[in-house]
Design a protein around this ligand. Structure first.
Ligand code: PLP
Length: 588
């Protein structure tokens, strides 16, 4: 698909994971954003990105011997690593003028193409003490702080791009609702210079033509909402009235997802199943799906990079060639994995003093610690787990993940894992790695033997860490939610925990049964059959669940679709509603 010359895509995201040393992300959403930009740079898509500087970063996690989490602020000096841009912009927040500047980070693609990222900063002398803190903490503070941050990101970001001369040729990609206020700036621009009048559908349509929205949250509680008092105090009465006139306000509430839905021409969920769920939540808007991916060269470990370079050198240029991994000799897969496992165990030893055994089946579970991810599911019946390991073979379990400082449920979960670890016999060895971040994620997703994922359905929009594992020949053992609905061929690319509609009880039962009867016997008894599953993960899943394919789909379906293309199949909406109702019945 030819990209029109001069066109540009402006990608807005509250968090972006650029590199380990820049702590401007908290989890999957930020890693996805970073992987998206890395792939766009490789593919030479004309893209620029906007996020906040997050001077105090996300936090550093330490854990007491009982698993109690402590949070220390991460400080980094943007001035030491990044350059401030000359262009400035300002936004009005609660009647005050807040000045904004941006630091620039360049994401460089394989062929040298650059995607610049503008990290917005309000720490300027012109601003009040409080306003200077607005770009400090990712997901910190109260609702008021959050709304002010979203004004900086959305409206400040849009204003800055205008100051840089991008406004006339940009399309805006709103990555999750946090950046939705950019649409308000675009709407104001449409209305500017005209006598005050009512907003018409035609005005909204002109904004809509420029916006693309990706939703990531399948739970209503996950969507940002602000009440009338908060919204008026931050945005002012005139903007509130504009939102009311545009029929964006519902129940006296500003819901950022609703705002983005109402003002985008193309909306997508991040996996097939997630589209259905989203369509059920928002039946008035046609929603498409583009399944997430991960940046293949970023997440493939050294030993597998070398193996692919030797056997399928085209994989770097075109990730689809990973399909040809189907022909790589199994011994070479096993050798490459032995190297990733050794690298992980060395790091675990270095960090914790624990020496793990490379001969033992090692299961990884690492992601944000939050209740719906159910990190403790495998400990539902400790005695049974111990008995399985006695009978069918030893198990090592490696955990990682931070709980958001205000997520008490997530913190409790970590303590429960510590408690379970202490009560298990030596046949089940549990280690929790502190401070899960990009570097350790890299080692864990590649170095374990099996990647476990068991969120409460249908709350996992996509999940991406299993995709990182797949690229490194690590099969997933996961409930049928998010990407795994598409990625799982049971016994071929990994294993499912339960069936599509299983409840928690059925999932727990299946988790133990398959572990005992299928997974452990295969791992310990039939290493070459196990290696075939590893190879299938690369060939069948690594070749698809990458951001090179994903960005290509955004280009083709969302950014620059063929003129006569009806981008969103409306009929799917009707079918989805029923599914969603039954899925939700299972959750509540
Ligand atoms: C990939 C990644 C995540 C996302 O993991 P999910 O399985 O999608 O929840 C979170 N944190 C880090 C550091 C990651 O690398």
């Amino acid at each position: 698909m030819p990209i029109p010359s001069g066109a540009i895509v402006a990608y807005f995201s509250m968090e972006i994971c650029l590199e380990q040393a820049i702590p401007t992300y908290s989890g999957g959403l930020g890693v996805l954003a970073g992987d998206t930009l890395r792939a766009a740079a490789d593919l030479e898509v004309p893209m620029i990105a906007v996020t906040l500087l997050h001077r105090k970063g996300y936090f550093t996690q330490t854990l007491d011997p009982d698993g109690q989490q402590h949070e220390a602020p991460v400080t980094w000096n943007p001035e030491n690593v990044l350059k401030a841009e000359k262009a400035r912009a300002s936004v009005e927040i609660a009647g005050r003028r807040v000045e904004i500047r941006a630091f620039r980070y360049d994401v460089r693609g394989a062929g040298g193409h650059v995607v610049p990222v503008y990290l917005l900063d309000t720490n300027l002398e012109e601003n009040s003490e409080w306003d200077r803190t607005l770009t400090d903490c990712l997901y910190g503070g109260d609702m008021h702080y959050r709304l002010c941050q979203e004004v900086v990101l959305g409206m400040g970001g849009a204003a800055l791009l205008e100051a840089m001369g991008y406004a006339d040729r940009a399309q805006y990609h709103i990555n999750e609702g946090h950046a939705a206020l950019l649409t308000l700036t675009l709407l104001e621009r449409e209305m500017a210079g005209q006598a005050p009048r009512d907003i018409t559908e035609a005005d909204l349509e002109r904004v809509r033509r420029r916006c693309i929205f990706t939703t990531h949250t399948p739970v209503p509680a996950g969507h940002d909402r602000f009440d009338v008092f908060e919204t008026k105090s931050v945005l002012g009465d005139a903007r509130w009235q504009m939102l009311v006139d545009a029929r964006i306000i519902e129940d006296n509430t500003l819901n950022m997802t609703h705002l983005a839905l109402r003002l985008s021409r193309y909306v997508n969920g991040v996996a097939m199943r997630h589209r259905e769920i989203s369509q059920g939540m928002f039946p008035d808007y046609p929603i498409d799906s583009i399944t997430n991916g991960v940046h293949a060269t970023t997440w493939t470990a050294q030993s597998f990079q070398e193996l692919f370079d030797k056997r399928i050198p085209e994989w770097r240029r075109d990730n689809q060639y990973l399909r040809y991994a189907i022909d790589i000799p199994l011994e070479e897969i096993l050798d490459a994995h032995a190297a990733t496992k050794a690298a992980l165990f060395t790091e675990v030893h270095h960090r914790t003093g624990v020496k793990l055994d490379p001969a033992v089946l090692t299961i990884g579970f690492a992601r944000r610690a939050t209740p719906y991810k159910r990190a403790d599911l495998i400990f539902s019946d400790i005695k049974r787990l111990a008995a399985i390991a006695e009978r069918s073979g030893r198990i090592q379990l490696l955990f990682g993940g931070k709980a958001h400082p205000r997520d008490e449920g997530g913190k409790t979960l970590i303590k429960q894992i510590f408690a379970a670890a202490a009560s298990l016999p030596s046949s089940v060895h549990v280690v929790y790695i502190e401070n899960y971040e990009m570097d350790i994620a890299h080692l864990m997703t590649a170095g374990v033997d099996l990647w476990l994922n068991n969120p409460t359905k249908p709350l996992e929009a996509s999940g991406t860490s299993g995709m990182k594992a797949a690229l490194n020949g690590v099969p997933s053992y996961s409930v049928l939610d998010g990407w795994w609905v598409e990625g799982c061929i049971d016994g071929v690319t990994g294993w499912s925990i339960g069936a599509a509609r299983s409840d928690e009880g059925e999932e727990i039962a299946d988790l133990y049964v398959k572990l005992e009867r299928v997974i452990l016997p295969l791992f310990y008894g039939l290493p070459f059959s196990w290696a075939k599953v590893m190879r299938n993960s690369i060939a069948l899943n690594g070749s698809f669940f990458n951001t090179q394919r994903m960005v290509g789909q955004y280009v083709h379906n969302a950014y620059f679709p063929p003129k006569d293309q009806r981008t969103i199949p409306v009929a799917a909406a009707e079918n989805a509603k029923e599914d969603v109702q039954s899925a939700w019945a299972g959750v509540q």
